[in-house]
Design a binder for this molecule. Structure first.
Ligand SMILES: Cc1cc2nc3c(=O)[nH]c(=O)nc-3n(C[C@H](O)[C@H](O)[C@H](O)COP(=O)(O)O)c2cc1C
Length: 151
């Protein structure tokens, strides 16, 4: 079974978590196995990362930047890749989603930082505040789009 990871940070209202759940739903509907992890619950072990065929990253906008938990993951990823030479960290298809309070400039930061991971599929999906039904459907569609991008 194809393995996917939904790695996100959600802390304030659960807005990003709701989006993550919908993206995971889309991946599951496409027949993918999904692991979800909220970096607010702890540090994601980068040594687990190579097993995944594709990834969805989600962050709230924190000062026009990604949340600290996800930044820590990307710091770990860089060091594991560049210093330790861990295989299987790069070359993955991925999608991006984000939650914001009216600014949303985290989008540009995400596009720049996650480039190391592999190939961005589709457009980053943003939502202001609590995601409504339409946004959740778009999140689900994003998960399906990610699944479809795999050979
Ligand atoms: C520390 C902090 C910084 C924030 N900075 C921004 C910001 O620069 N721009 C913005 O649009 N929203 C900002 N917000 C609002 C959050 O991005 C927004 O409430 C988001 O939906 C929270 O997601 P969550 O419920 O998944 O934690 C900030 C929130 C916090 C807690």
């Amino acid at each position: 079974m194809t393995k996917s990871l939904v790695l996100y940070h959600s802390q304030e209202y659960g807005n990003t978590a709701a989006m993550a759940e919908a993206v995971a739903g889309g991946l599951r509907e496409a027949g993918f196995e999904v692991d979800s992890f909220n970096t607010n619950d702890g540090r994601f072990d980068v040594r687990r990362f190579p097993q995944y065929d594709c990834v969805a990253f989600g962050s709230p906008d924190y000062y026009s930047y990604i949340a600290g938990g996800l930044k820590t993951f990307m710091d770990d990823h860089y060091i594991a890749d560049v210093r330790d030479g861990l295989e299987g960290l790069r070359g993955k298809p991925y999608v991006l989603f984000y939650s914001h309070g009216g600014g949303g400039r985290v989008k540009e930061a995400m596009e720049r930082i996650f480039r190391r991971i592999g190939t961005l599929t589709g457009e980053p999906l943003g939502c202001r505040g609590k995601p409504d039904k339409q946004v959740l459907q778009a999140c689900e569609a994003l998960g399906k789009q990610l699944a479809k991008s795999l050979p």
